[in-house]
Design a protein around this ligand. Structure first.
Ligand code: PLP
Length: 390
């Protein structure tokens, strides 16, 4: 869980910041300024074309038929659940180690999250524990590709098919990751991404996408992100009067769509760089006493937003690294069932989250950004190895 209320200190105060996204924006300043011109000074009625252009290029990148660009990863999750038909009193099986928006999206539909424990190996949902949590109220599964580690949605798809459940996948921080040879979402009905500034591909402010291969679900998304209006009559003379659902106004800003279209061409290169940095961390930290690295199924190809790992004496190590100028983070801690908002609710599954709680006590994330240098990563490793020894 990121601290979203407190402003982050400027990255210049850190020897190794979590993100250098702003520096990359400066490098491609001219391209960005040119791309946003139509959104700033063009005709309002042409704005949808900026969204359509970005949606098409992202769809091609992840290998899915339809992409719907919205205002954030959080709204992507809400709209995906709405499109999947989630209703009051339903249950969705998910994990407690995720962003607040994962559980909030379920609650905001009037439904209940049911928590499933995670794998110690890659910190994602344990598919072997899912069936025991299914009740006659269960409507869907919501796996999270946390830290950019693909959850085993292929195994979940088998369970979902047997029980008639939908899968909405939270790939907010897993853009460009792959599993079983496919992009994220290949085994889900709907998959959600975030483009907040520090993500694998970042907008100026916030942004998000929902992708699906199902044209009917795409239509539902269009309805919910567009005031609940009927898309079939959207271009007619009486456009704006034909409301068929309780929708929202949650389209991505045309400025952000234009910026993201520019950035799409850098995504393969940045993905490669993220993988190289992760490899450098793995090589340096493998086998160090007090450090335990995540491990992955052979099919899983993670793309880390940050490098997550478990360490002994986590809180002390966290403080020491920050004192030494490294912007480490404790994301998604505490897990959802221990947060103030849910503590009293005793949501189903909350008492069987031993691995979730253990990982939440030990996890720490190290900076990954395509512009970080090999020397900066070495510095982080040197400091971490010293910190776990003390
Ligand atoms: C796992 C996960 N899901 C959803 C979100 C929400 O995305 P956004 O911040 O774009 O609303 C985040 C944000 O970091 C996230 O980490």
């Amino acid at each position: 869980m990121e601290n979203k209320s407190a402003p982050l200190p400027p990255s210049t105060v850190w020897k190794v910041p979590r993100s250098k996204a702003h520096l990359f924006n400066q490098q491609i300043k001219e391209e960005i300024l040119q791309a946003i011109e139509p959104a700033l000074f063009g005709d309002y009625w042409d704005f949808p074309n900026l969204l359509i252009a970005f949606e098409k290029s992202f769809a091609q990148f992840i290998g899915m038929a339809h992409v719907t660009a919205v205002q954030s990863g959080s709204t992507a999750l809400l709209l995906a659940l709405k499109a999947a038909g989630l209703q009051y009193g339903d249950e969705v099986i998910t994990v407690a180690n995720s962003d607040m928006s994962t559980t909030s999206a379920i609650m905001n539909c009037g439904a209940r999250p049911v928590f499933c424990d995670i794998l110690e190996s890659d910190y994602t949902i344990n598919p072997d524990l899912v069936e025991a949590l299914i009740t006659d109220r269960t409507r869907g599964l919501l796996p999270v590709d946390l830290y950019g580690h693909p959850a085993n949605s292929k195994a979940l798809q088998k369970i979902a098919k047997q029980h008639g459940l939908f899968i909405v996948e939270d790939a907010a921080i897993a853009t460009a990751a792959r599993d079983f040879g496919h992009g994220m979402g290949a085994f889900a009905d709907l998959v959600c991404f975030s483009t907040c500034s520090t993500k694998q591909i970042g907008a100026i402010g916030n942004g998000g996408m929902v992708a699906t291969n199902d044209a009917n679900l795409r239509e539902q998304l269009e309805i919910y992100r567009g005031y609940g209006l009927n898309p079939a009559t959207a271009k007619g003379q009486h456009a704006g009067n034909d409301q068929i659902a309780d929708g929202y106004n949650l389209k991505m800003s045309p400025v952000d769509a234009a910026v993201l279209s520019v950035k799409m061409k850098f995504l393969p290169e940045w993905t490669e760089k993220r993988k190289q940095i992760a490899h450098q961390y793995e090589t340096r930290l493998q086998g160090v006493a007090g450090i335990s690295l995540p491990t992955f199924r052979p099919e899983s190809e993670p793309v880390r937003r940050e490098f997550a790992l478990c360490v002994q004496h986590r809180d002390r190590v966290f403080d020491t690294l920050r004192e030494n100028g490294i912007q480490t983070a404790l994301n998604y801690c505490p897990p959802a069932h221990q947060r103030k908002v849910y503590q009293e609710l005793n949501l189903p599954g909350s008492r069987q989250l031993q691995k979730t709680e253990q990982i939440s006590r030990e996890i720490i994330t190290l900076p990954i950004d395509p512009l970080l240098t090999s020397e900066e990563i070495d510095y982080v490793c040197d400091q971490l190895i010293l910190a776990v020894k003390i």
